[in-house]
Ligand binder design. Structure first.
Ligand code: COA
Ligand code: MG
Length: 287
């Protein structure tokens, strides 16, 4: 992964101008994702496309990433979604309910064609894995296309797809959540964790964000402004973590020169996996 990972990725319905405006101009959030899918009622899909285009063309997002979530491939809405929003040049398209690699390839081909017609810079793809089929086909999906930048885990849809009941422990989605982060790592993609729907419980959000970080995720989806600072912070290394990482890397460089692969810092053994963990911390810090 070459770019700094997205920490919080905030959704808002494309039909809700106030929320788009607030997210793109007031909130300190890495990624703003204008939603055409489940946040928008079926009878307002065209209005949503118009709203998304207007936002991309008229608002100054500053440093925030501009994303649009389209409707799923096979919904019958996806082609009109892409034809409307791609010319307005979002930085990436978020594809929900990716069940197979062909979904990614179809979006990639369509985006490439529209991008060329309109002379736009490369638009990335982000896939949401949120079904039993998506988990079973992860390897093919993760390796489907060079435009793919990240995998998102969608816990609510996934639980529904296997008939699971969501619980506080999240044990029912542990296998899928872990599979997504593992496949993302294998294909050098960013992994973005599930949404916490009870958006008023900040303690639970901090706990769940930390759990995702510990599993290997480097960002999380959010749905409300109150969740943004908690998640941005959870995925930002602390000054102590950065200092530790810098110390490990410096000590490793020195020890490698002396011919030592393993050595000790503060009474703990350091070898290659620890050095890699230190490098990941610095990458998350944007160093
Ligand atoms: N993005 C940006 N701003 C948002 C926001 C979002 N997702 N959700 C709420 N806000 C804003 C409101 O506009 C309001 O701002 P203002 O007073 O400055 O105008 C402020 O945050 C407080 O909002 P609040 O009254 O607490 O929330 P609500 O009752 O209006 O909305 C939800 C609650 C859950 C409907 C709303 O947060 C939402 O639409 N979330 C995203 C839903 C979505 O996109 N789902 C699909 C992806 S999973
Ligand atoms: Mg979903």
């Amino acid at each position: 992964m070459t770019h700094r990972p997205r920490r919080a990725l905030l959704y808002m319905p494309a039909t809700d101008w106030r929320k788009i405006e607030k997210a793109s101009t007031e909130l300190e959030v890495d990624s703003v994702c204008i939603d055409l899918e489940d946040g928008v009622a079926l009878n307002r899909k065209e209005e949503a496309r118009v709203g998304a285009v207007k936002a991309l063309q008229s608002l100054d997002f500053g440093p925030r990433e501009r994303l649009v979530r389209i409707n799923p491939v096979g919904s019958g809405l996806e082609l009109d979604d892409l034809k409307s929003v791609v010319p307005a040049a979002p930085q990436a398209i978020v594809i929900p309910k990716v069940d197979e690699a062909d979904h990614i390839r179809w979006v990639s081909k369509t985006v490439r064609k529209l991008q060329n017609e309109h002379g736009l810079p490369t638009i990335g793809l982000i896939a949401i894995i949120e079904s039993a089929c998506g988990i079973v086909d992860l390897r093919a999906i993760a390796g489907a296309d060079s435009r793919l930048e990240a995998l998102i885990f969608g816990a609510e849809d996934f639980a529904a797809s296997i008939g699971a009941i969501r619980t506080e422990s999240a044990a029912e989605v542990a296998y899928a959540r872990s599979a997504v982060v593992t496949h993302a790592a294998a294909y050098d993609l960013q992994a973005i964790d599930m949404v916490r729907t009870d958006y008023k419980d900040m303690e639970a959000l901090a706990r769940e964000s930390r759990q995702g970080l510990e599993m290997g995720y480097s960002g999380k989806q959010v749905i409300h402004p109150a969740q943004v600072p908690v998640v941005q912070q959870a995925f930002t290394p602390t000054p102590e973590e950065i200092a530790w990482a810098e110390k490990v890397i410096a000590a490793n460089n020195e020890n490698q020169k002396q011919g030592a692969g393993a050595f000790a810092i503060d009474g703990k053994m350091v070898d290659m996996p620890i050095v890699k963990a230190a490098e990941r911390i610095l990458a998350r810090a944007g160093h």
